[in-house]
Ligand binder design. Structure first.
Ligand code: SF4
Ligand code: SF4
Length: 431
């Protein structure tokens, strides 16, 4: 036991897990078929794959009662760090367990103990060498922006993120949006090849020191730019800014962090930009996939009371002063509002908003256990069978790419950025 270890600090919470299994299911499911909340439980198919199972293993490691084995590490690697377990657990137990905090601490302990899976280490090596998890050269990061001149003393700093920066299929949409902002007189800034990883993946893989270092570098770049608003195209980055950076003790004061859907909606609502009917989708119905990072994992971090008291005949309670959040404060409305403004009808999947089901693209699962990532994507896509729509839209480039890769039959997956980019214009005279 090490009192300074994040895992040992979570022990009191982890050991309070009642094994009730609520974390495996969406609260009040609409059907038996889509009742699951947890892709790793669906893949592993026994309790160890659930948040509760992982907490039991983590507790065993912290108490020195069990040792690492290949199957333990593979089971942990199937977890996408999607946080659905945390939302479901809080319905009954509020902050008494907070399983996701235990999962973060467990992954950090695995790294600390030198047990990080080989594929995770390879991803981290690539981030350290190139600033992105694909290991793409830094020199190629800003090719999407060739010829566009950005403001050197901007009010708004654009952050593109690794996925879209290196996805040549997204470059036209990024250019259209950047050029429309300039036509509207907004003149954003952009770090170009100096933009690096936001640190979210490093955090999810348990490399918390590296995540902190990446976050510090980014915040120093933001301060040096003079921008007071950061607009990111990455759902991982907005999750990091609002939920992870506050845990690191970074100075975030005076900076607004927005996802591009929030920013564009704000500009449309203030008549700086106009959003017309979507060329291909006007009048059509689509189903919206809430990305975990953009939704429940973008809820601002809330520090809860760690000093649990035993009261009322042995029931543990806390005295966290503010009301506990239940993941309802993620970004849910902005992408839906943009779709509606473009003449598109938005249909809800059975598991939506804070109860959305992870597509499998996050948490290092795609890299370590591609079969688990594929299974999660197929499970998610199957929900289209219960809708009128055959098109699923995501506001995350990572999810859209992963879901699209595994879509079957007549189902298609569209990235929201590609619909918005062609429907956006600067209003006359701009800002
Ligand atoms: S983590 Fe929470 S929801 Fe899951 S079994 Fe434990 S107490 Fe129940
Ligand atoms: S974070 Fe997601 S995949 Fe991991 S245990 Fe929780 S619900 Fe399951």
């Amino acid at each position: 036991m090490n009192a300074n270890s994040p895992l040992d600090q979570r022990l009191a919470f982890m050991d309070r897990c009642t094994r009730c299994s609520q974390c495996k299911f969406v609260p009040v499911p609409k059907s038996r078929e889509h009742a699951s909340a947890c892709p790793s439980m669906d893949y592993v198919e026994y309790h160890a794959g659930s948040a509760s199972g992982q907490l039991i293993m983590a507790s065993g490691i912290a108490h020195g009662e069990i040792s690492y084995t290949p199957s333990l590490l593979e089971t942990v690697s199937a977890c996408t760090m999607c946080g659905a377990c945390d939302t479901a657990c809080k319905i009954n137990f509020a902050e008494l367990v907070e399983p996701l905090e235990g999962l973060y601490a467990f992954r950090a302990r695995i790294v600390e103990d030198g047990q990080s899976p080989k594929r995770h280490r390879e991803v981290m090596d690539k981030i350290a060498a190139t600033g992105n998890s694909q290991g793409q050269p830094r020199a190629g990061r800003a090719t999407w922006a060739a010829g566009i001149s950005f403001d050197s003393a901007p009010k708004v700093l654009l952050h593109v993120g690794s996925v879209l920066s290196y996805d040549t299929n997204k470059h036209a949409s990024l250019r259209l949006i950047a050029e429309t902002l300039q036509k509207a007189g907004l003149c954003p800034g952009y770090l170009g090849e100096d933009e690096g990883s936001c640190g979210m993946l490093a955090w999810d893989l348990g490399y918390h020191h590296m995540a902190r270092s990446l976050a510090q570098t980014f915040m120093a770049q933001v301060r040096a730019s003079g921008a007071k608003t950061v607009v990111t195209f990455s759902s991982s980055a907005i999750s990091a800014y609002r939920s992870i950076y506050p845990r690191m003790g970074l100075d975030l004061s005076g900076i607004r962090f927005l996802h591009f859907t929030e920013y564009l909606l704000e500009l449309v609502e203030t008549s700086t930009l106009a959003l017309g009917a979507a060329p291909t989708y006007d009048g059509k119905t689509v189903a919206f996939h809430d990305t975990c990072k953009l939704g429940r994992l973008t809820e601002p971090y809330q520090e809860t009371d760690r000093a649990l008291q035993k009261e009322m005949g042995g029931i543990y309670v806390s005295r966290t002063p503010q009301a506990i959040h239940f993941s309802q404060n993620g970004i849910y409305e902005a992408p839906r509002a943009l779709l509606r403004l473009m003449g598109i009808t938005v249909e809800e999947l059975e598991r939506n908003r804070q109860y959305s089901y992870c597509c499998g693209a996050q948490g290092g699962v795609k890299e370590t256990l591609p079969a688990a990532a594929k299974m999660a994507a197929r499970n998610r896509l199957d929900e289209l069978n219960e809708t009128e729509s055959s098109t699923m839209v995501s506001a995350c480039g990572n999810c859209a790419h992963h879901l699209g890769k595994h879509a079957r039959d007549a189902f298609t997956v569209v990235d929201l950025i590609d619909i918005v980019a062609t429907s956006l214009t600067a209003t006359k005279g701009g800002k």
